[in-house]
Design a protein around this ligand. Structure first.
Ligand code: ATP
Length: 571
């Protein structure tokens, strides 16, 4: 497990971990030796000259003192290394999550990643801080005691030694028996958390649709499954716990019987038997706690395996020698892309000269948004290529690609912070004047004037404290501030009221001016302003040309608008 931990986190932690393990082992040895010194102490006390016990008592006190100091140092070291590794894991996970392709973030990942990033990391990393010391002590202290028993009486020592593989076998069997049920419990836990998060996020929709009961049913089912899986995991662990307890007690009884037999035969004094039985009793406690600890270790291992899976998920490959385009025309060259076995883009060939606008139109599910996502390299194409200025986006450094693209989507996500912080995200090093100018161009200044907190108004998680139109203006200001040569717009104004729509339109016009634009639009007014239009259906470009040309052709594009406008007229 420590090996996996180091592989996941990096070998720079190997030194401190090794030192901590050595310290903990030394502590466990000191603990075992201090118990072992009870044998000569008791032998002297029960012997004919009890005063002989004095030097042994002094040695016992010294061993206990050494143990106490070592215990303090090793606990502190374990805690320090555990905390450093915990931070390391958070950093590693944070960095990696930011590099994973957007395609990895499927529905259900929110719950999974939240559980993993909170409880998963804590549980996996808590091993070093909380479980390692008792685990080492439970293994090393009994072994030290067995060695001492061997030194005092070989028969009793051998009996103790014979018990070691027996206890280890029972322990291993117990661990194996619970592997499957533990894994199932972790899976169910993850599914249930995903459902809880979905249920909370979907409250407005569910209440509006009066479907809270139905979705709650799904959540209830998954909680019931979790309860069942937990019960199965507990039940499967029970034989192991009982088996270990019975084995340890049986070994203790066997030692007692052997001691009595040897004492009756005169081969060993009563004091030695007593002392060795005290030692054997001291072994029982840590051995029994092994069962409890191994539950914690198994749970930590399950989380670590999951962390390992996430951390070994490959981000999109970065080019070895990145290329930088010098122009900003955009080209989709025979692009094919699949979501699973579904082809979402099927041999799409389109081009947008620098500074021109391409509108992508088509029915729902045609693959319009996917084209924007392929351009921003949220995914990699399965065949063909997407190029900027003649350079394949896969040959560009991701940061350099993202610096060239500003994206405005219909659903705007704002971070919990002030309006100013959210706008600055576009270009963190922008001057105040540049931020103000972007806000004015996006007509965000009107909103800020109305708000009591002005620029310092908190927008709430996801921007919930602002209206949809206001959020949209923040995202346009952000994109304007970024001042990227390529702009991607996805149905930006389709859900806005007329006042907001007019304001957002003005901002969008400002954003599009002089830039290469690919926009997905459902409104004719927006499409009309594009230089070129592509009509997409089922991932294929069926028609392309200017808006007027396509209307004159009276084909699928014209029929699409007839249908849409008839719908609007009916409304
Ligand atoms: N992450 C995903 N996993 C699987 N299928 C997906 C995923 N994202 C999109 N799809 C599917 O790909 C197809 C194209 O989706 P896309 O969002 O590009 O369509 P669109 O034309 O933009 O639709 P709309 O106008 O409704 O937004 C859809 O059928 C959609 O269900």
């Amino acid at each position: 497990m420590i090996g996996t931990l180091l592989r996941v986190l990096g070998q720079e932690y190997a030194g401190p971990v090794r030192r901590t393990v050595a310290l903990m082992t030394a502590t466990a040895l000191a603990e075992g030796l201090s118990y072992a010194l009870l044998v000569p102490v008791l032998r002297a006390l029960f012997g004919s000259t009890p005063e002989d016990a004095r030097p042994w008592l002094a040695a016992f006190a010294a061993a206990v003192a050494v143990y106490a100091v070592l215990r303090y140092v090793s606990d502190r070291s374990g805690f320090r290394v555990g905390t450093t590794m915990l931070h390391g894991m958070y950093e590693r996970l944070g960095e990696h999550l930011a590099r994973l392709p957007i395609g990895w973030y499927q529905p259900g990942r929110t719950g999974e990643v939240s559980v993993l990033a909170s409880q998963g990391v804590l549980q996996a990393m808590g091993v070093i801080a909380h479980l390692l010391a008792p685990f080492i002590s439970a293994c090393v202290t009994p072994l030290t005691i067995v060695a001492v028993m061997l030194a005092f009486n070989w028969q009793l020592g051998l009996a103790g030694l014979a018990a070691v593989p027996l206890v280890a076998a029972v322990q291993l069997r117990a661990a194996r028996a619970t592997t499957a049920t533990d894994r199932e419990r972790v899976e169910r836990e993850r599914a249930a958390t995903g459902r809880v998060i979905e249920y909370l996020q979907a409250q407005p929709v569910l209440r509006a649709g009066g479907r809270t009961g139905e979705r709650f049913g799904l959540l209830d089912d998954s909680l019931r499954e979790l309860r069942r899986a937990s019960r199965r995991a507990t039940l499967s662990a029970l034989p192991g716990v009982l088996g270990l307890a019975v084995t340890v007690q049986a070994v203790f009884t066997a030692l007692l019987a052997l001691g009595a037999y040897l004492a009756l035969g005169g081969g060993i004094g009563a004091a030695e038997v007593l002392a060795i039985l005290v030692l054997a009793a001291r072994c029982a406690d840590p051995l029994l706690s092994l069962a409890e600890m191994s539950g914690g270790i198994r749970a930590a291992r399950a989380e670590l395996t999951r962390l390992d899976e996430v951390l070994t998920t490959e981000p999109l490959p970065e080019p070895r020698t990145p290329r930088e385009p010098t122009r900003h025309d955009v080209e989709f060259d025979a692009v094919t892309f699949r979501h699973g076995d579904r082809t979402v883009a099927d041999g799409v060939t389109l081009s947008v000269p620098e500074g021109r606008r391409l509108a992508v139109v088509g029915p729902s599910g045609a693959g319009k948004t996917t084209l924007l996502q392929l351009l921003a390299r949220f995914y990699d194409v399965d065949a063909g290529a997407v190029r900027i200025g003649g350079v394949d986006v896969r040959e560009m450094d991701t940061a350099a690609l993202m610096a060239r693209i500003a994206v405005v989507f219909q659903d705007v996500y704002l971070f919990d912070g002030t309006i100013e912080e959210n706008v600055r995200l576009g270009r963190p090093d922008a001057t105040d004047a540049e931020v103000r100018a972007a806000a004015a161009a996006a007509r965000l200044d009107e909103v800020i004037e109305r708000l009591p907190g002005g620029w310092s108004t908190e927008v709430g998680e996801g921007g919930v404290l602002l209206s949809g139109g206001e959020r949209q203006r923040v995202s346009i200001a952000r994109a304007l501030l970024k001042d990227a040569p390529i702009v991607l717009l996805d149905e930006v104004t389709s859900a806005l009221d007329p006042v907001n729509e007019a304001a957002v339109h003005a901002g969008i016009e400002e954003l599009m001016a002089g830039r290469t634009v690919v926009l997905v639009a459902h409104r004719m007014a927006t499409v009309r302003r594009a230089d070129h239009v592509a009509f997409l259906d089922a991932g294929r470009v069926l028609e392309q040309g200017t808006h007027e040309e396509l209307l004159r052709r009276a084909g699928r594009y014209a029929a699409y608008w007839d249908l849409s406008l008839a719908g609007v007229a009916r409304d």
